[in-house]
Write a protein that binds this ligand. Structure first.
Ligand SMILES: [Zn+2]
Length: 132
């Protein structure tokens, strides 16, 4: 898909992007209350601890909500495609695309698993999900 925004990692988000390069989904986990969070922050959203580590997760989840995009944002973008909120087994929700599926067969609650796509050789690896 061309014409999409290019990811711009920051020092805070760099571990996430480095994980994607290794085809691994890693997110922050609190060392105090042991819960996960996404997107990355400098503190735990559950207990406000500032002691967080990056940990690999199962990469499995389910579709919490979704929409089917029918109108392309640019001439090189293929439609329809699915934009979904995926709830990971570990709890956090992530905005992503569901790929390798018939968009009209998608259902809320459907099991999905992380996958990794690089749209162009000089761009970051991107996180997507596909039916599990
Ligand atoms: Zn915490």
């Amino acid at each position: 898909m061309n014409g999409h925004p290019i990811a711009e990692p920051t020092p805070l988000t760099m571990p996430f992007w480095n994980g994607l390069e290794k085809r691994q989904l890693i997110i922050q986990r609190c060392n105090t209350c042991h819960r996960y969070q996404f997107y990355p922050r400098n503190f735990c959203i559950h207990c406000e601890s500032r002691v967080l580590t990056w940990e690999p997760v199962s990469s499995r989840g389910h579709i919490y909500s979704y929409t089917i995009t029918m109108r392309a944002p640019g001439p090189d973008v293929a439609v329809p495609y699915v934009v979904a909120i995926v709830e990971l087994e570990e709890g956090p929700r992530m905005l992503s695309n569901i790929v390798d599926c018939d968009p009209f067969q998608i259902e809320v609650g459907a099991a999905v698993v992380a996958d990794f796509r690089r749209e162009n050789p000089n761009e970051s690896m991107l996180l997507v999900f596909r039916p599990a």
